[in-house]
Design a protein around this ligand. Structure first.
Ligand code: TYM
Length: 332
Protein backbone atom coordinates (compact mmCIF):
# COMPACT_ATOMS: atom_id res chain seq x y z
CA UNK A 1 0.00 0.00 0.00
CA UNK A 2 1.21 3.52 -0.78
CA UNK A 3 2.68 5.20 2.25
CA UNK A 4 2.35 8.94 2.84
CA UNK A 5 4.10 11.11 5.41
CA UNK A 6 3.86 14.82 6.07
CA UNK A 7 4.23 17.22 8.96
CA UNK A 8 3.59 20.64 10.37
CA UNK A 9 5.73 22.71 12.73
CA UNK A 10 4.20 24.06 15.95
CA UNK A 11 5.84 27.47 15.58
CA UNK A 12 2.64 29.52 15.36
CA UNK A 13 -1.05 29.21 14.63
CA UNK A 14 -1.76 27.17 11.52
CA UNK A 15 -2.57 29.41 8.56
CA UNK A 16 -4.74 29.36 5.49
CA UNK A 17 -1.49 28.59 3.62
CA UNK A 18 -0.93 25.42 5.65
CA UNK A 19 -4.53 24.42 5.10
CA UNK A 20 -4.84 25.02 1.35
CA UNK A 21 -1.26 23.96 0.59
CA UNK A 22 -1.20 20.80 2.64
CA UNK A 23 -3.63 19.87 5.41
CA UNK A 24 -6.87 19.94 3.42
CA UNK A 25 -5.49 17.41 0.95
CA UNK A 26 -4.30 15.16 3.75
CA UNK A 27 -7.86 15.03 5.06
CA UNK A 28 -9.83 14.92 1.83
CA UNK A 29 -7.60 12.64 -0.25
CA UNK A 30 -4.43 11.24 1.26
CA UNK A 31 -5.79 9.49 4.35
CA UNK A 32 -8.41 7.71 2.21
CA UNK A 33 -6.12 6.33 -0.46
CA UNK A 34 -2.95 5.40 1.40
CA UNK A 35 -1.40 4.42 4.69
CA UNK A 36 -0.79 7.94 5.91
CA UNK A 37 1.10 9.45 8.84
CA UNK A 38 0.81 13.09 9.88
CA UNK A 39 3.17 14.51 12.41
CA UNK A 40 3.42 17.60 14.61
CA UNK A 41 7.15 18.16 14.23
CA UNK A 42 7.93 19.72 17.60
CA UNK A 43 11.67 19.05 17.44
CA UNK A 44 11.84 21.31 14.39
CA UNK A 45 10.33 24.13 16.45
CA UNK A 46 13.45 24.17 18.62
CA UNK A 47 15.68 25.30 15.75
CA UNK A 48 14.88 28.94 16.50
CA UNK A 49 14.46 30.81 19.77
CA UNK A 50 11.33 29.51 21.47
CA UNK A 51 9.33 29.69 24.64
CA UNK A 52 8.91 26.16 26.10
CA UNK A 53 5.36 26.74 27.34
CA UNK A 54 4.35 28.14 23.96
CA UNK A 55 5.78 25.22 22.00
CA UNK A 56 3.92 22.81 24.28
CA UNK A 57 0.66 24.70 23.83
CA UNK A 58 1.08 25.07 20.08
CA UNK A 59 1.90 21.37 19.68
CA UNK A 60 -1.37 20.32 21.22
CA UNK A 61 -3.17 23.03 19.28
CA UNK A 62 -1.64 21.90 15.99
CA UNK A 63 -2.70 18.31 16.67
CA UNK A 64 -6.19 19.52 17.57
CA UNK A 65 -6.38 21.54 14.36
CA UNK A 66 -5.29 18.55 12.28
CA UNK A 67 -8.16 16.54 13.72
CA UNK A 68 -10.51 19.51 13.31
CA UNK A 69 -9.46 19.68 9.66
CA UNK A 70 -10.78 16.18 9.19
CA UNK A 71 -7.87 13.84 9.86
CA UNK A 72 -9.50 10.69 11.21
CA UNK A 73 -7.42 8.62 13.64
CA UNK A 74 -9.28 5.54 12.38
CA UNK A 75 -7.87 6.16 8.90
CA UNK A 76 -4.44 7.65 9.51
CA UNK A 77 -1.79 8.05 12.18
CA UNK A 78 -1.49 11.42 13.92
CA UNK A 79 1.40 11.84 16.34
CA UNK A 80 4.08 14.10 17.78
CA UNK A 81 7.63 13.79 16.47
CA UNK A 82 9.43 13.85 19.84
CA UNK A 83 7.36 10.87 21.04
CA UNK A 84 9.07 8.62 18.51
CA UNK A 85 12.81 8.43 19.18
CA UNK A 86 13.45 6.82 15.77
CA UNK A 87 13.36 10.28 14.17
CA UNK A 88 16.35 11.40 16.22
CA UNK A 89 18.24 8.16 15.73
CA UNK A 90 17.88 8.29 11.97
CA UNK A 91 18.54 12.02 11.85
CA UNK A 92 22.11 11.38 12.94
CA UNK A 93 22.64 8.91 10.11
CA UNK A 94 21.27 11.51 7.71
CA UNK A 95 23.79 14.04 9.04
CA UNK A 96 26.43 11.45 8.24
CA UNK A 97 25.04 11.13 4.71
CA UNK A 98 24.56 14.80 3.82
CA UNK A 99 27.30 17.31 3.13
CA UNK A 100 27.72 20.65 4.79
CA UNK A 101 27.45 22.37 1.40
CA UNK A 102 24.08 20.91 0.47
CA UNK A 103 22.62 21.96 3.81
CA UNK A 104 23.86 25.52 3.33
CA UNK A 105 22.18 25.72 -0.07
CA UNK A 106 18.69 25.29 1.39
CA UNK A 107 16.58 28.41 0.80
CA UNK A 108 14.75 28.09 4.11
CA UNK A 109 18.06 27.97 5.96
CA UNK A 110 19.40 31.02 4.17
CA UNK A 111 16.23 33.02 4.84
CA UNK A 112 15.82 32.02 8.47
CA UNK A 113 19.52 32.39 9.26
CA UNK A 114 19.55 35.87 7.73
CA UNK A 115 16.45 36.86 9.72
CA UNK A 116 18.01 35.54 12.92
CA UNK A 117 21.22 37.47 12.31
CA UNK A 118 19.35 40.66 11.39
CA UNK A 119 17.78 40.53 14.85
CA UNK A 120 21.23 40.25 16.37
CA UNK A 121 20.74 36.62 17.41
CA UNK A 122 22.98 33.67 16.70
CA UNK A 123 21.99 30.85 14.37
CA UNK A 124 21.40 27.49 16.02
CA UNK A 125 23.32 24.61 14.49
CA UNK A 126 20.06 22.66 14.34
CA UNK A 127 18.69 25.25 11.90
CA UNK A 128 21.40 24.17 9.48
CA UNK A 129 20.88 20.44 10.06
CA UNK A 130 17.06 20.76 9.96
CA UNK A 131 16.77 18.99 6.58
CA UNK A 132 18.58 15.92 7.99
CA UNK A 133 15.86 15.56 10.61
CA UNK A 134 13.18 16.16 7.99
CA UNK A 135 14.73 13.48 5.77
CA UNK A 136 14.71 11.12 8.76
CA UNK A 137 11.01 11.90 9.38
CA UNK A 138 10.22 10.83 5.85
CA UNK A 139 12.62 7.94 5.29
CA UNK A 140 11.94 6.18 8.61
CA UNK A 141 8.51 5.16 7.30
CA UNK A 142 9.34 3.93 3.81
CA UNK A 143 7.35 6.88 2.52
CA UNK A 144 6.40 6.99 -1.17
CA UNK A 145 4.69 10.40 -1.27
CA UNK A 146 5.16 13.62 0.67
CA UNK A 147 2.23 16.02 0.24
CA UNK A 148 3.55 19.53 0.96
CA UNK A 149 3.32 23.11 -0.25
CA UNK A 150 5.85 24.41 -2.72
CA UNK A 151 8.17 25.87 -0.07
CA UNK A 152 9.05 22.37 1.19
CA UNK A 153 9.80 20.85 -2.23
CA UNK A 154 13.51 21.65 -1.98
CA UNK A 155 13.75 19.74 1.30
CA UNK A 156 12.03 16.71 -0.20
CA UNK A 157 14.43 16.85 -3.17
CA UNK A 158 17.33 16.73 -0.74
CA UNK A 159 15.66 13.82 1.04
CA UNK A 160 15.58 11.94 -2.27
CA UNK A 161 19.28 12.60 -2.81
CA UNK A 162 20.11 11.37 0.70
CA UNK A 163 18.02 8.22 0.28
CA UNK A 164 19.72 7.40 -3.03
CA UNK A 165 23.18 8.08 -1.64
CA UNK A 166 22.56 5.96 1.45
CA UNK A 167 21.17 3.08 -0.61
CA UNK A 168 24.13 3.23 -2.95
CA UNK A 169 26.67 3.22 -0.13
CA UNK A 170 25.11 0.69 2.19
CA UNK A 171 22.58 -1.29 0.19
CA UNK A 172 18.86 -0.81 -0.47
CA UNK A 173 17.40 0.49 2.80
CA UNK A 174 15.11 3.42 1.99
CA UNK A 175 12.27 4.11 -0.40
CA UNK A 176 13.03 7.20 -2.52
CA UNK A 177 10.02 9.47 -1.91
CA UNK A 178 8.42 12.02 -4.18
CA UNK A 179 6.74 15.36 -3.55
CA UNK A 180 3.07 15.88 -4.32
CA UNK A 181 1.85 19.47 -4.68
CA UNK A 182 -1.74 20.76 -4.72
CA UNK A 183 -3.17 21.79 -8.10
CA UNK A 184 -3.79 25.36 -6.91
CA UNK A 185 -2.56 27.27 -3.86
CA UNK A 186 0.77 25.44 -3.63
CA UNK A 187 2.09 28.79 -2.42
CA UNK A 188 -0.39 31.09 -0.69
CA UNK A 189 1.10 34.56 -0.36
CA UNK A 190 0.93 37.09 2.46
CA UNK A 191 -2.05 39.41 1.93
CA UNK A 192 -0.02 42.49 2.84
CA UNK A 193 3.17 41.42 1.12
CA UNK A 194 2.14 39.27 -1.83
CA UNK A 195 5.70 38.57 -2.94
CA UNK A 196 6.41 36.48 0.18
CA UNK A 197 4.57 33.40 1.36
CA UNK A 198 1.97 33.48 4.09
CA UNK A 199 3.87 32.13 7.09
CA UNK A 200 2.76 31.23 10.59
CA UNK A 201 5.72 32.85 12.31
CA UNK A 202 5.37 36.27 10.68
CA UNK A 203 5.41 39.02 13.26
CA UNK A 204 2.85 41.10 11.35
CA UNK A 205 -0.39 39.21 11.19
CA UNK A 206 -2.47 41.56 9.02
CA UNK A 207 -1.47 39.56 5.96
CA UNK A 208 -1.79 36.13 7.56
CA UNK A 209 -5.10 34.32 8.01
CA UNK A 210 -5.06 31.92 10.94
CA UNK A 211 -7.37 28.90 10.89
CA UNK A 212 -8.89 30.17 14.12
CA UNK A 213 -9.50 33.78 13.05
CA UNK A 214 -13.09 34.89 13.67
CA UNK A 215 -15.11 35.44 10.45
CA UNK A 216 -15.04 39.22 11.04
CA UNK A 217 -11.26 39.17 11.27
CA UNK A 218 -10.97 37.09 8.10
CA UNK A 219 -13.20 39.53 6.21
CA UNK A 220 -11.21 42.53 7.40
CA UNK A 221 -7.89 40.98 6.40
CA UNK A 222 -9.12 40.03 2.94
CA UNK A 223 -10.77 43.40 2.28
CA UNK A 224 -7.51 45.14 3.21
CA UNK A 225 -5.32 42.86 1.09
CA UNK A 226 -2.75 44.68 -1.04
CA UNK A 227 -3.61 44.56 -4.74
CA UNK A 228 -2.06 47.06 -7.15
CA UNK A 229 -2.69 50.31 -9.01
CA UNK A 230 -4.46 48.71 -12.00
CA UNK A 231 -8.21 48.40 -11.93
CA UNK A 232 -9.03 45.39 -14.08
CA UNK A 233 -8.93 41.84 -12.73
CA UNK A 234 -6.41 39.66 -14.57
CA UNK A 235 -4.46 36.57 -13.48
CA UNK A 236 -0.78 37.46 -13.73
CA UNK A 237 1.28 36.11 -10.80
CA UNK A 238 4.46 37.88 -11.97
CA UNK A 239 3.14 41.39 -12.61
CA UNK A 240 0.09 41.35 -10.35
CA UNK A 241 0.95 39.08 -7.40
CA UNK A 242 -1.67 40.47 -5.00
CA UNK A 243 -4.61 39.89 -7.32
CA UNK A 244 -3.25 36.54 -8.46
CA UNK A 245 -3.03 35.44 -4.83
CA UNK A 246 -6.67 36.36 -4.20
CA UNK A 247 -7.70 34.46 -7.34
CA UNK A 248 -5.68 31.43 -6.25
CA UNK A 249 -7.28 31.44 -2.81
CA UNK A 250 -10.74 31.79 -4.35
CA UNK A 251 -10.02 28.96 -6.78
CA UNK A 252 -8.73 26.73 -3.99
CA UNK A 253 -11.77 27.44 -1.80
CA UNK A 254 -14.41 27.07 -4.51
CA UNK A 255 -12.82 24.49 -6.79
CA UNK A 256 -12.53 26.88 -9.74
CA UNK A 257 -9.69 27.90 -12.02
CA UNK A 258 -7.91 31.20 -11.20
CA UNK A 259 -7.61 32.39 -14.79
CA UNK A 260 -11.23 31.67 -15.54
CA UNK A 261 -12.35 33.30 -12.29
CA UNK A 262 -10.47 36.48 -13.24
CA UNK A 263 -12.84 36.92 -16.20
CA UNK A 264 -15.85 36.93 -13.90
CA UNK A 265 -14.88 40.11 -12.01
CA UNK A 266 -14.59 43.71 -13.07
CA UNK A 267 -13.59 45.21 -9.74
CA UNK A 268 -11.30 44.36 -6.84
CA UNK A 269 -14.07 45.14 -4.40
CA UNK A 270 -16.35 42.43 -5.74
CA UNK A 271 -13.48 39.94 -5.94
CA UNK A 272 -12.41 40.59 -2.35
CA UNK A 273 -15.96 40.20 -1.08
CA UNK A 274 -16.26 36.77 -2.68
CA UNK A 275 -12.80 35.72 -1.50
CA UNK A 276 -13.65 36.72 2.06
CA UNK A 277 -16.89 34.72 2.06
CA UNK A 278 -15.23 31.72 0.42
CA UNK A 279 -12.49 31.66 3.05
CA UNK A 280 -14.96 32.11 5.90
CA UNK A 281 -17.05 29.19 4.61
CA UNK A 282 -14.00 27.01 4.04
CA UNK A 283 -12.73 27.56 7.58
CA UNK A 284 -16.08 27.43 9.34
CA UNK A 285 -16.24 23.65 9.89
CA UNK A 286 -12.61 23.61 11.03
CA UNK A 287 -13.25 26.31 13.65
CA UNK A 288 -16.40 24.58 14.85
CA UNK A 289 -14.76 21.18 15.23
CA UNK A 290 -11.75 22.77 16.87
CA UNK A 291 -13.97 24.33 19.54
CA UNK A 292 -15.47 20.88 20.31
CA UNK A 293 -12.13 19.09 20.39
CA UNK A 294 -10.37 21.77 22.43
CA UNK A 295 -12.94 21.22 25.17
CA UNK A 296 -11.57 17.68 25.66
CA UNK A 297 -7.76 17.67 25.57
CA UNK A 298 -7.65 14.12 26.96
CA UNK A 299 -9.22 12.86 23.71
CA UNK A 300 -6.48 14.54 21.64
CA UNK A 301 -3.79 13.24 24.00
CA UNK A 302 -5.18 9.71 23.60
CA UNK A 303 -5.06 9.99 19.82
CA UNK A 304 -1.44 11.16 20.03
CA UNK A 305 -0.48 8.35 22.38
CA UNK A 306 -1.91 5.67 20.10
CA UNK A 307 -0.44 7.43 17.08
CA UNK A 308 3.05 7.41 18.58
CA UNK A 309 2.79 3.69 19.36
CA UNK A 310 1.81 2.90 15.79
CA UNK A 311 4.50 5.17 14.34
CA UNK A 312 7.18 3.65 16.57
CA UNK A 313 6.29 0.14 15.46
CA UNK A 314 6.46 1.18 11.80
CA UNK A 315 9.74 3.09 12.06
CA UNK A 316 11.80 0.89 14.32
CA UNK A 317 12.65 -2.03 11.99
CA UNK A 318 13.80 0.26 9.18
CA UNK A 319 15.89 2.46 11.47
CA UNK A 320 17.42 -0.64 13.09
CA UNK A 321 18.27 -1.92 9.61
CA UNK A 322 19.90 1.40 8.72
CA UNK A 323 21.99 1.28 11.92
CA UNK A 324 23.22 -2.17 11.00
CA UNK A 325 23.84 -1.20 7.39
CA UNK A 326 26.27 1.57 8.34
CA UNK A 327 28.25 -0.81 10.56
CA UNK A 328 26.93 -0.16 14.05
CA UNK A 329 27.06 -3.23 16.23
CA UNK A 330 23.53 -4.50 16.96
CA UNK A 331 22.61 -4.15 20.63
CA UNK A 332 21.64 -7.84 20.62
P1 TYM B 1 5.41 24.08 7.84
O1 TYM B 1 5.02 23.81 9.24
O2 TYM B 1 6.05 25.38 7.54
O3 TYM B 1 4.14 23.97 6.91
C1 TYM B 1 3.27 22.82 6.93
C2 TYM B 1 2.79 22.55 5.52
O4 TYM B 1 2.11 23.69 5.00
C3 TYM B 1 2.69 24.08 3.76
N1 TYM B 1 2.66 25.55 3.67
C4 TYM B 1 2.12 26.25 2.67
N2 TYM B 1 1.53 25.86 1.52
C5 TYM B 1 1.09 26.82 0.69
N3 TYM B 1 1.21 28.15 0.94
C6 TYM B 1 1.81 28.60 2.07
N4 TYM B 1 1.92 29.90 2.33
C7 TYM B 1 2.30 27.62 2.99
N5 TYM B 1 2.93 27.70 4.20
C8 TYM B 1 3.15 26.43 4.59
C9 TYM B 1 4.12 23.59 3.82
O5 TYM B 1 4.67 23.45 2.53
C10 TYM B 1 3.95 22.27 4.55
O6 TYM B 1 3.56 21.26 3.65
N6 TYM B 1 9.62 21.45 7.26
C11 TYM B 1 8.18 21.38 7.27
C12 TYM B 1 7.64 20.41 8.28
C13 TYM B 1 8.19 19.03 8.15
C14 TYM B 1 7.83 18.07 7.18
C15 TYM B 1 8.59 16.91 7.50
C16 TYM B 1 6.98 18.09 6.09
C17 TYM B 1 9.09 18.47 8.98
N7 TYM B 1 9.34 17.19 8.59
C18 TYM B 1 8.50 15.78 6.72
C19 TYM B 1 6.89 16.93 5.32
C20 TYM B 1 7.65 15.79 5.62
C21 TYM B 1 7.62 22.75 7.60
O7 TYM B 1 8.29 23.58 8.16
O8 TYM B 1 6.30 22.90 7.28
Amino acid sequence: RTRIFSGVQPTGHLTLGNYLGAVRRWAEEDQHRAEALFCVVDLHALTVEHDPARVRRLSRQAATLLLASGLDPELCTVFVQSHVAEHLRLSYLMECTASDGEMRRMIQYKEKAAAQQARGGSVRLSLLTYPALMAADILAYGTHEVPVGEDQAQHVELTRDLAERFNQRYGATFVVPRTTLPAVAARVMDLQEPTSKMGKSHARTAGVISLLDEPEVVRKKVLRAVTDAERDVVYDPQQRPGVANLLNVLAACTGGDPEQLAGEYDSYGALKKDVAEAVVETLRPVRERHAELAADPSYVDGVLRRGAERARALARPRVDAAFEAVGLLPAG
